[in-house]
Ligand binder design. Structure first.
Ligand SMILES: Nc1ncnc2c1ncn2[C@@H]1O[C@H](COP(=O)(O)OP(=O)(O)OP(=O)(O)O)[C@@H](O)[C@H]1O
Length: 343
């Protein structure tokens, strides 16, 4: 085979890494040589059984974004993350993480990436703190003299100080998840990859993790998280990509994705049946009623005329608005399917 040998390539990549790596602790960029921290081109995975799990994925994750990776069960999210992290080889296409090819540059890239994938691996018989000490000890780049300080800071960051001395097997799923996050935060990271990070957390725990993600992003860390919770993505993410059946159906800024879907016309009235009839007459599609709320797709015509028609028909109109489309509306419009919230 032509081209450089593996050793030459490694040496060349090590040089690349030095040139590309920002100063430690850099929080804001000057001219950024590397606009995207993850870049996939035509990324494809066909499993040995013939299952096409990911099909020609083109994905761009901008630096310093909080990027939501959305999709129902089986849509290929985990397979994509495993390819990006160099855990499995793609069948076709390329993936670059922090500007380097994966899985080839995994050894140079992964120390700069904190990952929480498919639940953290923990020793149940060790305390939360001892689990983190163990993780830190396993990291050859970690200075043993500052180990305890690092572990204490990580525990503090995820709100596990009070429970640090408890055995991990006594932790709730949410606490285990936070301990996994703490492990990912032992070192400063340029990229965090989190697979369903709020899985198993109660609403308060979810809020805490969301706040933490925002803080990390504000410090300059890019966060890539998979989730099936649309409202979570809307609350915490700046950008998102939507997968369906192994293919990417949309990606972009969350606000733009939601704006791509049309809002719903909502009429509040004590006369819902009559209102529904008039709205249909006026060309409003997909009319639904729920108590005193009648909603539908806004027609192309002037909404003032629709309102006037309601009033002329004797419908007592208390409210007449177009509700902003949510990411969920966009998702349903894009994939033609509802979102599996239980997933
Ligand atoms: N090791 C494997 N061998 C064969 N098929 C697999 C393997 N792993 C996943 N698949 C299949 O590939 C497809 C995509 O799965 P993947 O786990 O990537 O989806 P996902 O979006 O992460 O879903 P979930 O949220 O359920 O994890 C599914 O049809 C799945 O059954």
């Amino acid at each position: 085979m032509d081209g450089p040998s593996a050793t030459e390539r490694d040496a060349q990549e090590a040089g690349d890494a030095e040139r590309r790596a920002p100063a430690p602790g850099r929080t804001e960029a000057g001219p950024d040589v590397q606009e995207s921290v993850i870049e996939a081109r035509g990324l494809t995975k066909r499993y040995r059984g013939g299952q096409l799990a990911v099909d020609g994925l083109d994905l761009i994750v901008p630096a310093r974004s909080v990027f939501g990776f959305l999709g129902p069960n089986g849509s290929g999210k985990t397979t994509t993350i495993r390819m990006l992290m160099g855990l499995i080889e793609p069948t076709a296409g390329t993936a670059r993480v922090l500007g380097r090819p994966m899985p080839r540059a995994a050894r140079a890239v992964l120390p700069q990436v904190g990952a929480l994938i498919e639940g953290p691996a923990l020793y149940g018989f060790l305390s939360g703190r001892d689990n983190l000490l163990r993780y830190d000890t396993a990291d050859p780049t970690a200075d043993p003299r500052t180990r305890r300080v690092r572990v204490a800071a990580a525990l503090d960051r995820v709100g596990l100080n009070a429970a640090a001395g408890k055995k991990a097997k006594a932790y709730s799923l949410g606490m285990k998840q936070r301990l996994g996050l703490a492990a990912a935060l032992l070192q400063p990271r340029r990229l965090l990859v989190l697979d369903e990070p709020t899985n198993g957390l109660d609403p308060q725990g979810m809020r805490e993790i969301r706040t933490l993600i925002r803080e990390l992003a504000a410090d300059g860390t890019t966060v890539f998280l998979s989730s099936h919770l649309l409202d979570e993505i809307e609350q915490v993410c700046t950008h998102a990509a939507v997968m369906a059946r192994g293919r990417l159906v949309a990606q972009g800024a969350v606000a733009d994705l939601a704006a791509g879907a049309r809002g719903r016309l909502v009429v509040t009235t004590p006369d819902p049946a009559e209102a529904a009839r008039v709205l249909k007459e006026q060309g409003v599609a997909d009319v639904t009623s729920d108590g005193d709320r009648v909603a539908g797709e806004p027609p192309a015509r002037d909404l003032a005329e629709v309102n006037a028609a309601l009033v002329a028909a004797g419908v007592r109109v208390r409210g007449f608005t177009v509700e902003r489309a949510s990411l969920e509306d966009a998702f349903v419009a894009l994939t033609g399917e509802g979102f599996d919230v239980a997933g």
